[in-house]
Design a protein around this ligand. Structure first.
Ligand code: COA
Length: 382
């Protein structure tokens, strides 16, 4: 039962930063294959002696069939596609200059603030929530807070692909408890820097973006586009199936900072099998605690990692078959254009696919990913 003195919380604006550069699957595969050929030539003797396996070519057909991804946005295309480099190239910036993560965060934040009709001084909480942080400290959120002229406090948080939904719950709770009035949740995901572009099993998975969401009390909201946060539900269950060992202890362990385990690694098939039932059950239980059935939900804005995963989650929830005409209307797919953008994916889906819903319509944002972590946010259009 809702306490009448607890303020209703709304999402009153969203924003999206999208890099100008795009890599198609054909470009990505051509670059990977050139890299594989170079490696195979460089290690021809070891390969011939059976001491080393030859690298096998990647294929556009596999990528599209296995994942549904057709392209990805990146901050630096040239570095990623250079077969002698295979990672983005970012110029180091002096401390006095806005850092790269903060720069894309500020872009998305300003768009969300404009959508919600907020000035920097209206915002008294900044949560920078993403799968990776550019540095240890000061918190990215403090830099973003200063750059947009916000007041109050800011902090960083990381729950990998569930960072955004977990942050929305923290923001909603801060507004409910009165510790903040208007919170910016921002998700700068520079996934191109943690992806191992030299690994054929996963080189196609990620793209760069930043999303931003304004969470505030209903009685301060003036936006014409408001979504009441009816409930949030978070869950985690430890798994090593998605892991990245990069961290501040690396240099003390005398390990190679470029070793395979210092970038994104996954057991993709296990993740697929284990996370689909967890996510569907999580959403169903969340809806039941709020008195709703999954069939009453007008739209699901699901985590965007794999087309097949989303189709299976939807099938478990509402019985829609893969390929049903209304499946994309119920759970829009944005990963064909953006690829997996870690925590930003379900927020992009919400940002791009909510305008057609009517007053009173129910929607669910749900993320799932490393941890494992699952976060759901149930919304009603006001
Ligand atoms: N090009 C061509 N073939 C490839 C390939 C590529 N880029 N990558 C892998 N293959 C091959 C494999 O070698 C394997 O061949 P084999 O059957 O001869 O052994 C075959 O394709 C199947 O590989 P597999 O890794 O089992 O593919 P998959 O069907 O599981 O699809 C993913 C891979 C990653 C797309 C899929 O598992 C996935 O999306 N899982 C969920 C990931 C997820 O949500 N992660 C969260 C990240 S935040």
């Amino acid at each position: 039962m809702k306490n009448p003195s607890t303020p209703s919380v709304v999402i009153s604006g969203t924003g999206l930063f999208q890099p100008a550069q795009v890599i198609s699957n054909a470009e990505l595969v051509a670059s990977y294959n050139a890299y594989a050929d170079l490696q195979n030539a460089a290690h021809a003797d070891e390969i011939a002696a059976g001491a080393r396996a030859a690298l096998v070519h990647s294929s556009v057909e596999f990528i599209e069939k296995a994942s549904g991804i057709k392209q990805r946005y990146v901050l630096d295309k040239a570095g990623v596609l250079d077969p002698t480099r295979m990672k983005p190239r970012f110029a180091p910036r002096p401390d006095a200059e806005l850092s790269l993560m903060a720069q894309i965060a500020v872009d998305a934040a300003k768009k969300a603030m404009a959508a919600a009709g907020k000035q920097g001084s209206d915002i008294d909480g900044v949560l920078c929530a993403a799968a990776n942080m550019q540095r240890a400290y000061p918190a990215m959120a403090c830099e973003i807070q200063a750059a947009i002229g916000a007041v109050g406090y800011g902090f960083d948080m990381n729950v990998a692909c569930s960072s955004a939904t977990f942050a929305i719950e923290q923001a909603a709770n801060a507004v409910k408890s009165g510790s903040a009035k208007c919170v910016l949740v921002v998700n700068p995901e520079i996934t191109s820097a943690h992806l191992e572009w030299r690994d054929r099993d996963c080189h196609f998975i990620f793209g760069d973006v930043c999303t931003a969401v304004i969470v505030e009390a209903a009685d301060t909201a003036t936006s014409s586009d408001q979504w009441e946060v009816i409930g949030t539900k978070l869950a985690t269950q430890f798994s090593n199936n998605i892991r990245n060992n990069a961290g501040f202890l690396n240099r003390c362990e005398d390990t190679d900072p470029d070793a395979r385990d210092k970038t994104f690694m996954q057991e993709g098939r296990k993740v697929f099998k284990e996370v689909v039932p967890m996510a569907a059950a999580h959403i169903e239980q969340h809806l039941h605690t709020l008195g709703f059935e999954p069939t009453q939900v007008r739209r699901y804005w699901l985590h965007q990692a794999n087309l097949g995963m989303n189709q299976l989650v939807l099938k478990r929830l509402v019985g829609r078959e893969v390929g049903d005409a209304d499946a994309n209307d119920l759970a829009p797919i944005i990963l064909s254009e953006y690829a997996n953008t870690a925590s930003a994916g379900s927020i992009i889906a919400f940002h791009e696919h909510h305008a057609d819903l009517k007053r009173g319509d129910l929607g669910v944002i749900c993320s799932f990913g490393a941890g494992y972590s699952i976060g759901s946010v149930v919304l009603r259009r006001l």
